[in-house]
Ligand binder design. Sequence first.
Ligand SMILES: Nc1nc2c(c(=O)[nH]1)N[C@H]1C(S)=C(S)[C@@H](COP(=O)(O)O)O[C@H]1N2
Ligand SMILES: [Mo]
Length: 498
Amino acid sequence: MTDSETTRGRLRAFAVALAGGVAAVGGSYAAAGLTPAFAAAPVSAVVVANTPDAVVTWSIQTLGDLGHQLGFALALALTVGLFGAAVGAAGALADRFGLPGWPFAGLAAVAVAFGLSGALGPGLAAGAGAAAVVAAAEFGVRTAPDRSAVRRRVLRAAAASAAIGGVGVVLGSRRGGDSTGGSPAADVSADVRELLTEADGKSLDVSGIEPLVSRDFYQVDINSVDPDLNAESWSLRVTGAVDEPRDFDYETLTGMDAEDRFVTLRCVGESLNGQKMDTAVWTGVAVTDLLGDLPGECCVMARAADDFFEEFPLAALEDALLAYEMNGEALPRGHGYPVRLLVPGHWGEINVKWLTELEVLEEPQDGYWEKRGWHGTGPVETVAKLHAVNHLDDGRVQVGGHAYAGTRGIEQVEVSTDGGETWTTARLSDPLAETDAGEGESWSGPDVWRQWEHTYDPDGPHEVVVRATDATGTLQPREESEAFPSGPTGWVSRRVEP
Ligand SMILES: Nc1nc2c(c(=O)[nH]1)N[C@H]1C(S)=C(S)[C@@H](COP(=O)(O)O)O[C@H]1N2
Ligand SMILES: [Mo]
């Protein structure tokens, strides 16, 4: 063989191995969807776990959600690389013995997939994808009349692998994704339906802002692939400084008297006028109803199936809810199926999803985000958002948004249309029902946002500024700060052209 033939042969083997890797990932995704059974899921978890804290923090601040997507793209590339290496090695081995490569490529892909996620179906699908592409390439090369036909056929096999990947994406996105436990909307209890109707009726008629119960609830996760838990095998362990560790299953929890509550969540890492603040009606059991009062003075560590963990004062659990329904349906997978914690008035991060354990601590410890420099375990800051600037047909301008102050509640929102010189009181949506926390319970108040709206005659270009006052009479702080480390503060302002 000449040098150039050897080089060509190697290139060809590389291209086939890579195509086999892509097809294996496509096959795995087709069978698993975006669930932990997908071969890239454990790779992604390893990438997340091995990203230095400083890089995570920097990425959140400067790249936002893009950083998350880049991390997942890296995990996908690594997974293709792993499969490709296995397919390539299998092909080289088969070649040495003069055997066809495709069965070995297929087996190698099954082994890699199974080794990664331990799931048999997606493993077999990965193997089938890799075997098909390698078989097509081998057949094409063997029967090619000349060298340029060889190249064309290898390229065709690569194109086939892209097609398998594409079909995998279509099939996989049907299966995995944000599936819920799936109780049909017809099952929605009369109580929840009443609350949803109430929220609908109280929502202001302002285009461009979410209604009082969000249509599109934001989602923030440490991982790209969410846990896919089974309610039947789920349990909540109570451990640490307790008399005796205890265990509660889903049936026990859902068999108890339930409460329905409006709760707003807001992420400490969002930008001041960002969109990571939303509201739903949640159904669940008060933590104290299930556990009684937990002993201790200090704090509690909440742990989850995705290895997330957050610590906060034990006292905050007194008002907390173990939620298993959202807007009357089983908790969607992306929001913590089967059970999540809701801690009224606190930043989103301690509202732990896929909850598996509450450990009572005697000494404070850092949670997942606090280890990375954040301070997001306390009560939320007061905020008024400005999301809608509507130019009405009659020439007037309508501005609107949401205001939220945790369990302190919102008392008023003021709007300035002259850059903060003068202020007018905005119209507020009526407060949502103070849902009953049950007899003898000490729940501090409704933890829910309100909408605000102001319509006026504009007079040339101007600066709109908005600020909220909470129900303790405290004005939202004017001082501007970034999200890192303890949540964004400041008054939202926006230049408006009439
Ligand atoms: N198990 C687990 N719980 C979690 C998170 C997570 O990554 N894993 N993210 C937290 C953060 S930072 C926020 S802001 C809220 C968001 O809840 P949502 O995704 O339901 O909107 O969940 C919190 N609970
Ligand atoms: Mo968050």
